[in-house]
Design a protein around this ligand. Structure first.
Ligand code: ADP
Ligand code: MG
Length: 196
C-alpha cells in the first residue's frame, strides 16, 4: 500500500458538486481508501484567466500502481466533462498526483512529486492543513514553501458541505453515493469501468 496525495480543482460548472462527486469516485475504488480530505478553498487562477477555482487535497492509501492512478485521474476528469482547448484553460475538473509515497518519477507524461506543487498556494495550503509536518521527497517540509506563496489569494470556504468535511469518515458511504453516479467497482486494480 502507498500513501498518495491528490490535488483537485475546478472552475467551470458546479465546481463544488463536481469536487464532491470526484472524491466519491476515488473512495469508491476498492483499491483506494480516502484517509483525509482538506477543507474546500476558493483560490485565484494562477497563470490563467477565468473564474476563481475551488480546490482541495485528498490523502489516499492505495494499492493502485501509479500509472493506474494517473489513468483513473484522467478517466474521472473525462467523466466530469474535462476538455483541454488550450493550456491552463478553465476546467470542470483537474486531478493531479502530488505525491505517491516516496517515489520520484520523471517521465514525459508523469512527474511526481508534482513539479509545480511547491509554487501553488492552492496545493500547499490544503496539503499542510491535512498533514502539517509533511515532507516532500527531495524538497523538504511542505510548510517551508508557504511564505513563498503568501501573495496568492486563497480563502477557506466558510460552510463546506458535510461531505467535504476534513475527516474522511464518509469513505464508507461512498459506494451508496457512487451508485447514484452510475459508477461501478470492477474488483480489479485497473480502473476499467469506473466512471462511465
Ligand atoms: P495541468 O494540471 O498541468 O494544468 P493537465 O491537467 O491538462 O494540466 O495535465 C497535462 C498533463 O500533465 C497530463 O496529460 C498528464 O499526463 C501530465 N502530468 C504529468 N505529471 C502529472 C501529475 N503528477 N499528475 C497529473 N498529471 C500529470
Ligand atoms: Mg492536471
Amino acid at each position: 500500500m502507498t500513501v498518495a496525495y491528490l490535488g483537485l480543482g475546478a472552475n467551470l460548472g458546479d465546481a463544488r458538486q463536481t469536487l464532491k462527486d470526484a472524491v466519491v469516485c476515488l473512495a469508491q475504488q476498492h483499491t483506494i481508501t480516502v484517509l483525509a480530505k482538506s477543507s474546500l478553498y476558493r483560490t485565484a487562477p494562477i497563470d490563467a484567466g477565468g473564474d476563481d477555482y475551488l480546490n482541495l487535497v485528498v490523502k489516499l492509501d492505495t494499492s493502485m500502481p501509479v500509472r493506474h492512478l494517473l489513468a483513473l485521474c484522467h478517466k474521472i476528469e473525462h467523466h466530469f466533462g474535462r476538455e483541454r482547448p488550450f493550456r491552463n484553460a478553465p476546467r470542470t475538473l483537474d486531478l493531479d498526483i502530488l505525491l505517491y509515497g516516496e517515489h520520484a518519477i520523471d517521465e514525459p507524461d508523469l512527474i511526481v512529486p508534482h513539479p509545480r506543487m511547491t509554487e501553488r498556494a492552492f496545493v500547499l495550503v490544503p496539503l499542510v492543513e491535512i498533514e502539517p509536518a509533511l515532507i516532500i521527497p527531495q524538497r523538504g517540509r511542505a510548510d517551508a514553501f508557504l511564505p513563498g506563496v503568501a501573495g496568492q489569494r486563497i480563502e477557506k470556504m466558510k460552510s463546506p458541505c458535510q461531505c467535504l468535511a476534513s475527516n474522511a469518515s464518509n469513505a464508507a458511504n461512498a459506494s451508496d453515493a457512487a451508485g447514484t453516479l452510475g459508477m461501478a467497482d470492477n474488483g480489479d486494480d485497473a480502473p476499467k469501468g469506473g466512471c462511465r
